[in-house]
Design a protein around this ligand. Structure first.
Ligand SMILES: [Zn+2]
Length: 346
């Protein structure tokens, strides 16, 4: 793809629903925070650090990515650090051509092994995002994550804190917390394990999305749809294996947040060109294009749009349609979505 094509895709207006805040930490920020807080991260060789903190080849095993997760987990270590990371997330999304972005973060994952309270984490995220929105013309929504493999009570407490902020408008821009997500390995748990937390979030008015069908087959997506009744599914790739599940997605009007490069790196799809994204799209399933963990995977959303055109043969009209699906399924209030649509998508 030529430079002008790349810049055309960069300027193409985009909506992103699936982007992990801590999968999007700049290299220089890792170095600065590690130095300032004297973290146990070797920053003496920036090239080596970049190699350890990114995943750019298909994963052979979990060990290959543990280093990267360990680094990003460590740097979210204080209110100030988290605020900076959140601000830079907004800035990077803006320069990626994104007009409305939902960023997700897991209070339990960030807090793991640290002396940091949930309100410091949540306020760091909200304040960083607010500073970003003050500076750039972009709308941000926030999604609180439950990490399936972490301690249930820690997850529950993090969810309760996030809901309290959202419901009581406990802080400026706290109403930007609009969604709930179940993330992390799906194949070691059951959807039933999380019904209580999902219903708590739904009752509080949060939109529900669930990572599913990434490391499980179509039956994982089916169980998720039947038991947790999400509004959207993160990935959902393996649902394509079973046409009944594809029909169920359409029946329940669930959008799939598809992240092509991520799905290839985790080997959810062994060959990128065989990703079922075009199949879902042409079968009438609502899909959106997302980057998942841009810095961690050394990509951006523009890169995913280039893949969508080059590898999957989507036209700009197709991409526009996906963005309109994403706007429709955004967890932000409808009037925000409508204003973005009017400004950039008509
Ligand atoms: Zn994800």
């Amino acid at each position: 793809m030529s430079v002008s094509d790349t810049s055309r895709m960069r300027n193409f207006p985009k909506i992103e629903l699936h982007r992990h805040l801590d999968g999007s930490i700049r290299q220089q920020t890792i170095i600065d925070i590690a130095r300032r807080h004297k973290l146990d991260i070797d920053i003496s060789d920036p090239a080596a650090l970049k190699k350890r903190s990114t995943v750019t080849e298909p994963m052979q095993d979990l060990a290959a990515v543990l280093d990267a997760f360990d680094i990003i987990q460590k740097v979210s270590c204080s209110y100030e650090a988290i605020k900076r990371i959140a601000f830079e997330n907004v800035e990077d999304a803006f320069f990626d051509g994104i007009k409305l972005c939902e960023l997700r973060f897991s209070p339990a994952f960030i807090a793991l092994g640290k002396d940091i309270a949930y309100d410091e984490i949540i306020e760091g995220v909200i304040d960083g995002v607010a500073a970003g929105m003050d500076k750039y013309d972009i709308q941000i929504g926030l999604i609180t994550i439950v990490s399936r493999t972490l301690d249930y009570e820690a997850n529950k407490q993090g969810t309760i804190e996030a809901i309290t902020y959202a419901q009581k408008a406990k802080h400026r821009m706290a109403d930007r917390i609009v969604g709930f997500d179940l993330a992390d390995l799906e194949n070691t748990t059951e959807p039933e394990d999380f019904v209580e937390l999902v219903e708590m979030a739904r009752d509080a008015g949060l939109g529900i999305t669930v990572h599913s069908g990434e490391d499980t087959d179509a039956s994982g997506v089916q169980k998720t749809l039947e038991i947790l009744k999400p509004d959207r599914i993160g990935h959902g790739v393996n649902a394509w294996q079973d046409r009944d599940v594809v029909e169920l997605l359409k029946e329940q009007d669930v959008l799939l947040e598809i992240c092509p490069t991520s799905n290839w790196l985790t080997q959810c799809v062994p060959v990128l060109a065989e990703h079922p994204l075009p199949d879902f799209f042409h079968a009438g399933v609502k899909v959106s294009l997302n980057s998942d963990d841009p810095q961690l995977m050394d990509i951006d959303l523009t890169h995913e749009y280039e893949i969508a055109r080059q590898t999957f043969g989507f036209s700009n009209e197709d991409l526009l349609k996906m963005n309109l699906y994403a706007l429709e399924k955004s967890f932000l209030p409808a009037e925000i979505g409508k204003a973005v649509q009017k400004q950039f998508f008509t």
